[in-house]
Ligand binder design. Structure first.
Ligand SMILES: [Zn+2]
Length: 256
């Protein structure tokens, strides 16, 4: 059911230049040297299908994920399907998952002023509190992966990690303020790419962050099926990676 059209950030030259500037400025290089691949499984926005399938599949393997909540979606229907509500947030937090921040209104932070960015982030915190979540939110993900030097600067003061959607494995020198992440999407070819990143990380360790959206029979182009999700987790499991939520991974990786 299409109750909200998906916003697509500019893919033209101006969008490319904006993304280039966002990568180049306000960088905070991470100092990590893991001797074993670290994987974080994260979820953006997020729909109930991700909670139902994703959380169960992680927990079956003794793992926990990071859930970047855009609280404006709570209780609504989007192109991803029915979205999380307060009971999902409480159930995830009670089972040891990490709840993280993704703005209230899922706005494009490549376009907003610093004060608009902070206001939407604060409103997201307040809305999550109203839904019954009372702990901190150390991790943040940019909606659509869109950042700007201004948004990086203000968010870096408010969060331990800021995650984008540019694919890759995070290694020494990569940017805490715009961490790389690989989508669990794009059908069979996308899943093959995701598995190839696991293989690369197993032979040359780093921090590999995945993000998922809907997990359902007929997924959106940003989603995957339950079989694809399980297949990727099995691949991660076989790689011997240490699977941790984002903040725990970051603190572990930067403490040694
Ligand atoms: Zn999102």
């Amino acid at each position: 059911m299409m109750t909200e059209n998906a916003y697509i950030p500019s893919s033209g030259l101006s969008g490319k230049l904006k993304r280039f500037r966002a990568r180049l400025f306000e960088r905070d290089p991470i100092h990590i040297a893991p001797d074993r691949l670290v994987v974080s499984i994260t979820f953006d926005d997020f729909p109930k299908s991700a909670v139902e399938c994703g959380a169960a599949e992680l927990e079956k393997r003794g793992w926990r994920g990071t859930w970047y909540a855009a609280a404006g979606f709570a209780g609504t229907d989007t192109h991803h399907g029915p979205m999380f509500d307060g009971s999902d947030i409480r159930r995830l937090a009670d089972s040891g998952h990490e709840i993280a921040c993704h703005t209230l209104n899922h706005i494009d932070l490549g376009q907003t002023s610093a004060s608009e960015t902070l206001a939407d982030v604060k409103a997201n915190r307040d809305a999550l509190t109203a839904l019954g979540y009372h702990s901190g939110l150390p991790a943040f993900a940019y909606p659509f992966g869109e950042a700007s030097p201004a948004s990086k600067r203000v968010l870096a003061r408010n969060f331990e990690t800021l995650r984008g959607v540019r694919p890759g494995i995070n290694r020494a020198g990569d940017d805490r303020n715009l961490l790389k992440a690989v989508g669990i999407d794009g059908g069979e070819s996308g899943l093959a790419t995701a598995k190839a990143y696991v293989d690369e990380g197993a032979s040359r360790p780093g921090w590999l962050i995945f993000y998922a959206h809907d997990i359902q029979e007929n997924p959106t182009e940003w989603g995957c099926t339950a079989d694809q999700f399980r297949d990727l987790l099995d691949h991660v499991s076989k790689s011997g990676a240490n699977v941790l939520p984002v903040t725990e991974a970051y603190r572990t990786l930067t403490s040694s």
